[in-house]
Design a protein around this ligand. Structure first.
Ligand SMILES: Cc1cc2nc3c(=O)[nH]c(=O)nc-3n(C[C@H](O)[C@H](O)[C@H](O)COP(=O)(O)OP(=O)(O)OC[C@H]3O[C@@H](n4cnc5c(N)ncnc54)[C@H](O)[C@@H]3O)c2cc1C
Length: 469
């Protein structure tokens, strides 16, 4: 956790606490800490550039001084609290998050890391991309709860919801399939490099003609006599292809499986982006400019036998772990973005006076919408941490991850929209960041999974209603 603490305290030093502009050294230190290569640089500038307008949590130091440190470090304790969904659970999590940004948190985390000398160096080098990945391959061996907290804090510190995408590409699109289903050789070759940012990942699932109906995908990897495959097909809206060296590609390996389910005959591969027959072109989009999104074309692309990840023809079920952890990271970044918008709005409204000497924050007309958003964000946060906790315990978490994503994207959109309303014209100005948060968060009402499809899922799986499509 040393890396997390370092980064969060750097965010703090770079502006949240003192509103001082970040130096090149700050940026360099953050990039090193992130361990995500050039994408780390993008993230660092996102967080740091946004922070000078933000105010510190005034009670952070005090809260941390009072926090029972041993309890904060005890992962089991935290998870049991989250699971119990008691109101104290959120308080403990909030204390933990705040604690990490303080010098005491940083010092303790350093001590914590060096208490196991054998893997200190690996942990230090792993950076945040490796927070939830296995220690034996250089990760920190933490879990989705910790990853969700890291993403939420960084998003709230200035990154907004696009920051979650930076945590999807390597820890989720690469890290999850490799650590859960990869061969030992794959893990050894790819996980350490993924965590240092030497290689970046993207995930190619969505197709132009299938869209939300992923099982209708047509990309087909045809088995060859020598054990390899030849891949033909098209994908659309694939994030960060131009920044990636590796692609998790999902394709049919059997056109139809007699007596099987529609999800049979689908497999996952990890292939090189730079490969004969693979081309891509970027799509101009509204927001989330941190990373591009591309159309991808496969024209007889050769896939080597060792590039299959997981079980041949049974990859769809395994893919669900990638998609559900992606939802957890997405929700964490949305909650962070909502918190950030809320803080910017309150700060602005407390200063802004229009009629007489009263700040506009004194009007209930402005208070109630923000208070409502605050309540919604807290609910999304707790549901997301619940999903993450279940995932870490190896229990089913699909429903919780979906519900958290549904409520998280709505709560963030409400919070950002209401913040913009609170700030009037200034909410529309680039300088105040809310317009960026607004554009970015809009994406997550339909991606990576749409509101409608989550409602379909709840109706069918949780309520036992018939499938309508
Ligand atoms: C910026 C961006 C980045 C992305 N990154 C990636 C990526 O990295 N990898 C990847 O694989 N994909 C990615 N996607 C794709 C994304 O996951 C899809 O856009 C999303 O799943 C919706 O699919 P679609 O756009 O084809 O919408 P469609 O499937 O065409 O759906 C359109 C609308 O119809 C609704 N609808 C469809 N069927 C039903 C139904 N049965 N009941 C009710 N409503 C329904 C949908 O909810 C939606 O509102 C990205 C998309 C964007 C825009």
């Amino acid at each position: 956790m040393r890396s997390a603490a370092l980064l969060l305290s750097l965010c703090c030093a770079a502006g949240v606490a003192q509103a001082a502009p970040a130096s090149d050294a700050d940026v360099a230190a953050v990039v090193k800490t992130l361990g995500m290569g050039s994408l780390g640089a993008t993230m660092a500038s996102l967080v740091i550039d946004s922070t000078p307008v933000l105010k510190a949590l005034p009670d952070a130091e005090q809260t941390c001084a009072q926090a029972p440190v041993r309890d904060l470090l005890d992962a089991q304790f935290r998870r049991s609290i989250i699971q119990g969904l008691g109101s104290d659970g959120d308080v403990v999590i909030a204390q933990w998050s705040r604690f990490l940004v303080t010098p005491a948190g940083q010092a303790l985390s350093t001590t914590f890391a060096s208490s196991t000398p054998d893997n200190t160096e690996a942990k230090a080098g792993a950076g945040l991309a490796g927070a939830a990945l296995p220690e034996e391959h250089g990760g920190s061996g933490l879990g989705m709860v910790d990853l969700a907290l890291i993403v939420e804090e960084l998003s709230a510190a200035g990154g907004g919801s696009t920051l979650g995408q930076l945590f999807m590409i390597n820890p989720i699109f690469g890290g999850v399939p490799l650590s859960l289903f990869g061969s030992e050789q794959m893990k050894k070759d790819l996980l350490p490099r993924l965590m240092t940012g030497e290689i970046n990942f993207c995930m190619a699932l969505t197709e132009p003609d299938a869209g939300t109906n992923t099982l209708a995908m047509k990309s087909y990897a045809e088995a060859q006599p020598d054990g390899s495959w030849r891949l033909n097909g098209r994908k659309i809206w694939i994030t960060a292809v131009d920044a990636a060296q590796k692609m998790l590609v999902v394709a049919r390996t059997a056109k139809s499986v007699e007596g099987g389910r529609p999800s049979d005959g689908i497999s996952m591969f990890i292939i090189d982006v730079e490969r004969e027959g693979l081309t891509y072109s970027s799509i101009d989009k509204v927001g989330t400019q941190t990373l591009s999104a591309c159309s991808v074309f496969f024209d007889n692309v050769r896939i080597e036998p060792h590039e299959l990840v997981g079980t041949l023809d049974k990859g769809f079920r395994e893919l669900l772990d990638v998609l559900n952890t992606e939802r957890i990271v997405t929700t964490a970044s949305l909650v962070g973005a909502g918190r950030l918008a809320e803080r910017l709005a309150v700060q602005y409204a407390n200063d802004r006076k229009v009629f007489g000497g009263k700040p506009i924050s004194a009007y209930q007309g402005l208070q109630f919408p923000l208070a409502q958003s605050h309540a919604e964000l807290q609910c999304a946060r707790l549901m997301n941490l619940n999903a993450a906790s279940l995932c870490d315990q190896g229990l089913p978490y699909g429903t919780e991850a979906n519900i958290a994503k549904l409520i998280g994207s709505q709560a963030a959109s409400h919070a950002i929209e209401r913040s913009m309303q609170t700030m009037g014209g200034m909410g529309y100005a680039r300088e105040f960041h809310v317009e960026r948060l607004w554009r970015d968060a809009r994406l997550f009402k339909f991606a990576p999974v749409s509101e409608e499809m989550i409602l379909n899922y709840i109706a069918i799986h949780d309520l036992g209603m018939p499938k309508s499509y």
